[in-house]
Design a protein around this ligand. Structure first.
Ligand code: BGC
Length: 497
């Protein structure tokens, strides 16, 4: 184990020998406050483009209306099934929402494996159908285990991909949820541009062994905002920093050109992962970001996500280490087949390496497994690389979140913004320093604000149940039809398949 004396000696040597050279490589990953403010402003412009009638069709940040118009007010209750597809795991949950003050939400959940060949697809329509057959099969299994196969419980679906819709409810086949594009590691062919609810309903019907009422389909950001909103009524932003990254927030109806009506607010799914797809972040992308993109399943897409989210962070670090080793800056130039293998450094490793106490020991273990025979200085240098890469991610997210918060502040016309951000995602939750760095930078970028960050304890699946409960409450009040008739979308292509 690297003890503190060894650590200090190594650090002194590292400082003399390598730190300037390391910084040469990573200089462009260190973003000054000035640059972050600039990114924040660029993002604000993208948001405006996404909201505007004339600019939306070509905007990269899509700003999708979700038709969620308020957060839960606590009156919701019932027994729900929630599906959660698109994060690190595919989960199915049973969520009971009661009026019980002590334990208002009870949950049971199960994680299901999704085979890689189903996730990736293969260029035929068959694969797309297989993905939904798989979801339907897992749902059947879950209902069997819960002994509810004979019931027709309302189902909420957290589907963590960019989708356009005309209505939060999925009753009529006409009001579907159209997937615009796959992101992260998903690429099941034949699904883009089709209605997710129709696909799932079809798969369930084909089985014929149970029935399900798919009531609502929500993005995971919306689920997170709803879940946190259940505990804190001030919650008006939901963000995910996990495999992918994204945010939603409550926007004034008068600013949403895509939807009729000017009164009140509606939740907008920003889909900020696509920020930069039009070249607006080109000056900030490094050679490593370009390499990640080239090797991805969706080149040219989700460029901001590729700089910041958990799916790519470990790989970014690996690419940097390979280059440094090639130039003799690390491991005395040793390069092993393991080090050269894509995916060998994962984001969970970056998190482990950055742990204050045992980080260096972990680093030694991880690098030893890669066969590079690291020295103490190597471990420190690699820790330094990890810190720069993960810090950049937290800073980038702080800038885009800052964009949303400053817009909220302007919308409200207040001198000081008091708000709550619901937040979830494996990177945010698992990385030892990430949350602290993010919070600090957000406060620096939006100084006139009191922002509470609320961790969504039980993941976005519960959020799907919350939205379903919310839909049912609306329905019961018979307000729904009235309410929604005001908000029919102007963009017809959103709901035509
Ligand atoms: C998707 C978003 C999602 C985010 C977090 C992104 O890749 O486009 O819809 O919210 O990942 O899961």
């Amino acid at each position: 184990m690297i003890n503190s004396k060894r650590y200090k000696t190594a650090q002194a040597r590292l400082q003399k020998r390598d730190s300037r050279l390391i910084d040469k490589y990573l200089y462009s990953m260190r973003l000054s406050d000035e640059t972050l403010k600039d990114i924040m402003n660029r993002f604000r412009r993208e948001m405006e483009d996404g909201l505007g009638h004339g600019t939306n069709p070509t905007a990269t940040v899509k700003m999708l209306p979700t038709f969620v118009r308020s957060i839960p007010d606590g009156s919701e209750k019932g027994d729900f099934i929630a599906l959660d597809l698109g994060g690190s795991n595919f989960r199915i949950l049973r969520v009971k929402v009661t009026q019980d003050k002590k334990q208002p939400v009870q949950m049971e959940s199960q994680v299901y494996e999704t085979p890689d060949d189903i996730i990736h697809g293969s260029g035929t329509q068959v694969r797309a159908l297989e993905l939904f057959d798989h979801v339907a099969e897992c749902l059947g299994d879950f209902m069997e285990k819960q002994k509810i196969k004979d019931k027709k419980l309302p189902v909420g679906f957290t589907f963590s991909f960019p989708c356009a819709q005309s209505n939060v409810l999925e009753y009529a086949a006409k009001t579907g949820k159209i997937i615009l594009t796959w992101t992260k590691k998903f690429k099941a062919s034949g699904v883009e541009g089709t209605d997710v609810v129709k696909l799932l309903n079809k798969a369930i019907k084909k089985r014929g062994d149970y029935e399900a009422d798919i009531m609502a389909v929500v993005n995971d950001t919306v689920g997170t905002m709803m879940t946190c909103g259940f505990d804190d009524q001030r919650c008006e932003v939901g963000i995910i920093i996990g495999t992918g990254t994204n945010a939603c927030y409550m926007e004034e109806m008068r600013h949403i050109d895509q939807v009729e009506g000017d009164e009140g607010r509606m939740c907008i799914n920003t889909e900020w992962g696509a920020f930069g797809d039009d070249g607006s972040l080109e000056d900030l992308r490094t050679e490593f970001d370009r390499e990640i993109d080239r090797g991805s399943i969706n080149p040219g897409k989700q460029l901001f996500e590729k700089m910041a989210s958990g799916m790519y962070m470990g790989e970014l670090v690996r690419l940097i280490l390979v280059k440094m080793a090639k130039e003799g800056l690390l491991f005395e130039g040793r390069i092993t087949p393991e080090l050269l293998t894509k995916g060998k450094i994962e984001t969970k490793h970056v998190s482990a390496i950055e742990k204050t106490k045992e980080g260096l020991k972990k680093c030694m273990e991880i690098l030893t497994r890669l066969g590079v025979e690291p020295s103490d200085e190597d471990c420190l240098a690699v820790q330094h690389v990890c810190t720069i890469v993960s810090f950049r991610s937290a800073n980038l997210i702080a800038a885009t979140l800052g964009g949303i918060l400053s817009r909220l502040k302007e919308n409200k016309g207040v001198a000081r913004l008091r708000t709550t951000v619901g937040i979830d995602g494996s990177l945010y939750k698992m990385h030892p320093q990430y949350a602290r760095r993010l919070h600090k930078m957000v406060r620096r970028l939006v100084p006139d604000s009191d922002v509470r960050f609320l961790l969504s304890e039980s993941g976005s699946g519960k959020g799907a149940a919350m939205v379903t409960a919310w839909c049912l409450t609306c329905l019961k009040c018979m307000l729904l039809q009235k309410a929604f008739s005001f908000f029919l979308p102007r963009n017809r292509h959103f709901h035509e398949t």
